[in-house]
Write a new protein. Structure first.
Length: 291
């Protein structure tokens, strides 16, 4: 199998963190979704990171802009809604230009995830062009800003996602494996209480991967095909079986569409080459069991 700790090359961005170990389970097992988008600002490749979190204090979202070397250029944090407005905007600066971040979360609808299902927008405007626009209230966002739609070379591309998911036997989320914006239902099933556990990966209700004798194959990799797109799957469920009972750890899964990238990669880095055709979409899932 591939080395989980090897490097993906010089054009990598850190998305996973060392705190996912079982020793920090209490601190890390929070409702967290991180989405990374690649865009171009004033001719320079940048990364926009949108982090959604949920705690007892409420929902929070952070929008940060980093350069291609993962150095922070600017960031805005919309604090838990108990203490802040759910609608607003803020002006940031980078590369001698103004970056306008605007949001309307006043009607946002949430499920079990910290990421909203609908009824919202979050936009990033650069030089009067909407570089990034999230949510289903797109008309409202364009009306608010009078911004133009970006050209294909400037618009943000969704390249990576990191999410903490929770369940007892079933772990479900949404996944996007191509640039057409289509979202798939992704379900991971595993019952660790039986004598011979099995790991299954389902996409849109179809079982595409099954791992038997999981006690012996707690780490591994395989390839599935979703709509004619090859998706490489890596898993590490060691903590589910051999973790400390008083502080069980999480399993880690990586789903990655591979095109012309090299085959050496890890669970901690995502390529950020400026060529759109050189990589696909990468998703990291940290699966926590609710016993």
């Amino acid at each position: 199998m591939k080395d989980f700790t090897s490097c993906s090359g010089e054009n990598g961005v850190q998305i996973a963190d060392s705190s996912s170990s079982s020793s920090n389970a209490g601190k890390v097992s929070q409702n967290l979704v991180i989405c990374i988008y690649r865009c171009c600002i004033r001719g320079r490749t940048c990364l926009i990171t949108v982090t959604w979190t949920k705690s007892l204090m409420g929902h929070c979202v952070t929008i940060g802009v980093d350069d291609s070397c993962n150095r922070s250029l600017c960031k805005v944090e919309i604090k838990p809604w108990l203490f802040t407005k759910r609608k607003g905007s803020k002006n940031l600066e980078a590369y001698s230009c103004t970056i306008d971040v605007l949001w309307d979360l006043s009607s946002a609808k949430f499920g079990s995830s910290s990421e909203p299902l609908g009824g919202f927008y979050v936009g990033v405007v650069v030089d009067k062009e909407m570089v990034l626009l999230l949510g289903d209230m797109k008309k409202e966002a364009f009306r608010k800003t009078s911004a133009a739609s970006p050209s294909s070379s400037l618009g943000a591309v969704f390249i990576a996602k990191k999410e903490h998911i929770f369940g007892k036997r079933t772990f479900a989320t949404k996944a996007q494996f191509s640039g057409d914006g289509k979202t798939h239902d992704l379900v991971i099933e595993c019952d660790t209480s039986v004598s011979d556990p099995c790991l299954s990966v389902c996409v849109d209700g179809k079982i595409l991967m099954q791992v038997n004798r999981l006690h012996w194959k707690f780490r591994g990799n395989d390839t599935i095909v979703v709509n004619r797109i090859s998706v490489e799957v890596l898993w590490d469920v060691y903590s589910w079986f051999f973790g400390v009972p008083s502080s069980p750890g999480n399993a880690v899964f990586m789903f990655r569409t591979c095109r012309s990238v090299e085959k050496t990669f890890s669970l901690t880095q995502v390529p950020t080459s400026s060529k759109p055709q050189s990589f696909g979409f990468t998703m990291f899932l940290y699966a926590w069991k609710n016993e």
